[in-house]
Design a protein around this ligand. Sequence first.
Ligand code: V47
Length: 733
Amino acid sequence: MRNINEIADAVRRDERITRDDALTLWHEAPLWLLGELATERKRRASGQNIYYNRNVHLEPTNICLFNCEFCSFRRREGDKDAWYMSLEDIEARAAELKGTDITEVHIVGGVHPKHDLDTYCAMIRRVKRQLPHVTVKAYTAVEIFYMIRHEGISVVEGLRRLKEAGMECIPGGGAEIFDAELRAKICPEKCSAEEWLAVHRAAHNMDIATNCTMLYGHIESIEQRIDHLDRLRKLQDEAPGFDAFIPLKYHSRGNRLSEAGECSTEEDMRTIAISRIFLDNIPHIKAYWVSYGKATTEMALAFGADDIDGTIGDTTKIYSMAGGIERPTMSVEELEAMVTAAGYNPVERDSHYNPVPRRRSAPPAPKEVEEAVVVNNDTKEHTKNKTTMSNTKIEQPKPQTKATVKAEPKPKSTPKSARGSKSAKTQGGFIERVKHFYGRFPIISHMILIALFGLLLLLTLYFGLNIGTRHGNVIKVPSLLGMNIEDARHEAHNKELNIIVRDSIFDVNLPGGTIVDQLPRTSEVRDVTVKPGRKIYVTINAYNRRMVEVPYVAKQTLRQALNQLERSGLTIKELIYEADMTSTDYVLRESVEEHEVTPTSSIKTAVGTGVTLTVSYHRDEQYTTVPRLVGLNLQQAKNSIWDSGLNVGKVVYDESVEDLIARRTTRVYKQSQSLGTSLRRGSEVTLYLTCNMELVDSLAKVADREAKNYEEQRRKALEKQRRAEREESTIVQ
Ligand code: V47
């Protein structure tokens, strides 16, 4: 079993942790360390961004067949506070939302005994009829599993029908805790863990994005929490498709688990942080503000959360009925203020985590919907369809795949009667000539016929196999680096790929909207192929340089100060070392652009600005050792240098680095002083970077050997020192 320091180092190296590691972190890691590690993981996943959206919930009924111990929402038919919305009620509710700027309707409710798959599909269609541009995120896997089993069809067929009705993504509810024993205690009637996972697996394989949740803080053990996370991580490895994980804190009012009480805020933070650290393959961790309240949600941003859900507009009762916020609603301004106060960059997203461009009024229907409608009415004129849509009189628009959108009617072959006499004559002449040739050279003619037949057979086999097995149905991922995001979207759309912006940076030298990184990456030497409809995640250069307040980081350790500055999007200009009687690596003073930063200075500066820190060193600790930098990217190398009490000297790129975009894919292949060299604190280390990964790999192997030797020498030196100390103490005794 690894100790806490080994686990922390593994996380800092961006490595996966085990279930045992997660338990060790839970029981032994101080909260500040969890914050640091989770923030590191969050930074790699989404930089400084915190996401929110403009959404509403639609809870068609609270009448539910199931009677879960933790649920305060559920009512029986006939109960005085039970509600039920007919299809007309649902459509009327959707109609009320027309003209607002919401981008998502999240539908989830009780499993009503009278609802079947058709009713569930009709609900979605009613919403889409009124709000065609809005994404419907609908039904927990528990509801989906119920309706599919009730219908007696396969999960894939059920999902296909929901998708056809307009469901675009699936929320994460109903997961609760997967452990079978505990599930039998708290929600015995719900589908099993395996069934819940099967619904999400099938959805991912059909390219339907989903979320996942965990209901924690009631009667489950920490082992059961980690087991739950492990099952989610395994599914994501096997069939990726989870966009976000949402830890749902149990609320105790009005249900049969009330005696369990509610867990502390510290436990909330530990749960969020460990989820972020453990779930290294799920891009987003959501702190659902409706459940946590505003203050705890803001705190969660320092423990790895990068999403806070949306505006809600007082449309959900699940939490208020369990003792949560009575009328949950937040304006965009409030959400953004919360994020900014925590030192992050608020980003409005759509349901697929694409940033939504800033706007003041309701958005026009996005193009894709217009195109889909065009296809639905493919016998009608394009303009006519547009008019129909703006009048909202279309009958249940069916979303179509992009492949269908692009399909055009095949040109009809010319009718025989229309063929001119000239072509008939030419044809007759050709046949005559063939007959003549056959009469003169029968053997050669037979050989030509056999060759033609063979060629025909080969072509039939090749195309037949490709159609039958779809072996050929893959797309080469284009290189989007350096392209503008709009052009890239256009290119990706033509290739039936989807672009998701997952992060932004700010580089003054590049135009706004330039793509600076992409996943999967492709290059001149390495082609990557994917199936149609797959997502390409990109990082873009932001359009505007954001201003941030410089946090006061003096009177903290250097490590804490570096973390806090990084969280604010700032960097280090210089570390100046000053002798001190008591401590080493303690920040004495801080300045930015010639101004001293004080607890009350409130200086604002652009993201990416360098801050100067004056740091202490104790007389006996004037020297520090150079860390291993080979193999790291520039940011990682800089962090490591500052962490060691050194400064970044020159940054030198070799000839393989052709432009500014290429700089972002470089790694360190050489450092001016090798690992373990003893240097005065504050000295400079020069970094040499390249795009040539073979060179990096071969030099990294040398660096690995050096690191091993260095560790060995250090261990021996320490042993020797301890032995000497022991001997000295025996002599004294
Ligand atoms: O599945 C029910 C939970 C879930 C209580 O996917 C309770 O983006 C706490 O899944 N205390 C429904 N939790 C809500 C949900 C959700 C919410 C926000 C965003 C997303 C998303 C999904 O609420 C249920 C259950 O796990 N729940 N009762 C309670 N007393």
